[in-house]
Structure formats: C-alpha cells, structure tokens
Design a protein around this ligand. Structure first.
Ligand code: HEM
Length: 201
C-alpha cells in the first residue's frame, strides 16, 4: 500500500499537465491559446510552489512524517511547470527569437522578476538529488532556503501582470503570507530558545 503512494502522487501531479495537453490537442483553449496556456502553466507553477512550502507545516500539525518524502517530488514539479510556462513564453510571446529574451529580461521588470524566480527553481532542482545534499553539506539547507525568495518573486511577477482576477491573487497572496509567517514565527521561537539556553536560564 505504502509503495503505491509515491507513483499515485506522481500521477496526480501530472494531471494538470495532461489536462492542458488535452485542451491544446482538442483546440479548446479559447481565442488566445498562448495567453491561456501562459496563465494556466504559471498558476500551476505557483500552486506547486505553495504545496512545497505547505509540507513542513502540514507535517508539524499532523505528525504525518510521510509527507517529507514528497517534498522533493512536489518541488521538482514546480520546476517542471515553470519550465513549461517558460517554454510557452518563448514560443507564443517571443516566437523563439532568443535575442529578444535578453532585452525582455533587462527591460521588462515583471519578466526580470519571473525569470529570477525561475533561475532559483532551476538551481534548487539541480541541487535536489541526495548526492548534492551530501556534497553541499550545511550549504544545501542555506541554498534551499531560496525557495522563499522564489515564491515572493513569483508572487510579485503575478501581481505585476494581473489583468482581472484580483480575488485569485488575493487568495494566493494570503496563503503565501500564512506559510511564510508560520516559518518566521518558528524561526523566532527557535532563536529565542537558543538565546535563553545560552544565557543559562
Ligand atoms: C516561478 C516562476 C513563475 C511563476 C510562478 C509565474 C506565474 C505566472 C502567472 C500565474 C501568470 C498569469 C498571470 C495572469 O494573467 O493573471 C504568468 C504570466 C506570465 N508570465 Fe510568468 N511565472 C513565472 C516565471 C516566468 C518566466 C521565467 C517568464 C519569462 C521569462 C514569465 C513570463 C510570463 C508572461 C509573459 C506572462 C503573461 C502571459 C500572457 O498572459 O500573455 N513567467 N506568470
């Protein structure tokens, strides 16, 4: 039973991709398929980022240690959807004119911010295997804290482009604030405990 959970989670993470693929295949993406695909792939990237950040709090609240095993997989799916989003952008917005990419990154702040988030996700993806964890030692944890920066940059990118759906952005923003707030409170508690121990009280 336990062995079946991992492939099941993997397949569940692929469902949005298959659904998008189906919509492309059946030409059901509305009048502007490029825009629809960019929006969907971007949103799934962010949802997977939030899911990755939610694993620790869920684990701490429920004591369900099994969730830890899936953090890497879900994080990598965030990179997977970000890569799809980037590909959609290259294809529909830039028409694969690579030279324009450089100018866009430099001149359009929302692209600069989105691209920075993407670069962080790529770095985290490359260093995610266990061999890299062993190689980087303590620095691995430090590097992987950049996921918070990636999430904040991604949120800024989304707010910058926002056209209509303010309600959705508000929900994403609230969830991200709660998740980051939870980490901040935990960090402060740990630091205070350490300080008290150091003072010997
Ligand atoms: C972690 C990385 C990223 C996340 C979470 C993300 C998320 C999103 C979301 C949710 C949207 C839809 C916003 C809306 O219409 O309401 C969007 C749109 C867009 N993103 Fe990203 N993005 C990321 C990285 C990038 C990168 C690397 C690029 C390009 C270099 C990019 C370029 C765009 C463009 C051009 C749009 C507007 C597409 C259109 O509607 O025409 N994004 N992004």
């Amino acid at each position: 039973m336990r062995k079946a959970i991992k492939p099941a989670v993997f397949c569940a993470c692929l469902v949005p991709f298959c659904w998008l693929f189906y919509l492309v295949w059946t030409n059901n993406l509305g009048p502007d398929p490029g825009e629809a695909l960019a929006k969907e792939s971007g949103e799934w990237t962010f949802r997977f980022l939030l899911a990755t950040l939610a694993i620790t709090p869920v684990q701490q609240f429920t004591g369900w240690r099994i969730t830890n095993r899936y953090r890497r997989m879900i994080g990598l799916f965030s990179l997977f959807y970000a890569s799809a989003h980037f590909l959609v952008y290259l294809m529909f917005v830039l028409g694969f004119r690579w030279g324009t990419l450089y100018t866009e990154i430099l001149e359009r702040p929302y692209i600069t911010v989105g691209f920075s988030a993407f670069v962080i996700l790529v770095a985290l993806g490359i260093t995610s295997p266990k061999a890299m964890l062993r190689k980087l030692g303590k620095n691995w944890k430090r590097l992987h804290r950049l996921i918070y920066v990636a999430a904040v940059l991604a949120m800024i990118h989304m707010i910058w482009i926002l056209r209509s759906d303010f309600g959705e952005a508000l929900i994403y923003g609230t969830v991200l604030t709660l998740l980051l707030g939870y980490r901040a409170v935990n960090w402060l508690r740990k630091r205070n405990r350490k300080l008290r121990l150091a003072r010997g009280s």
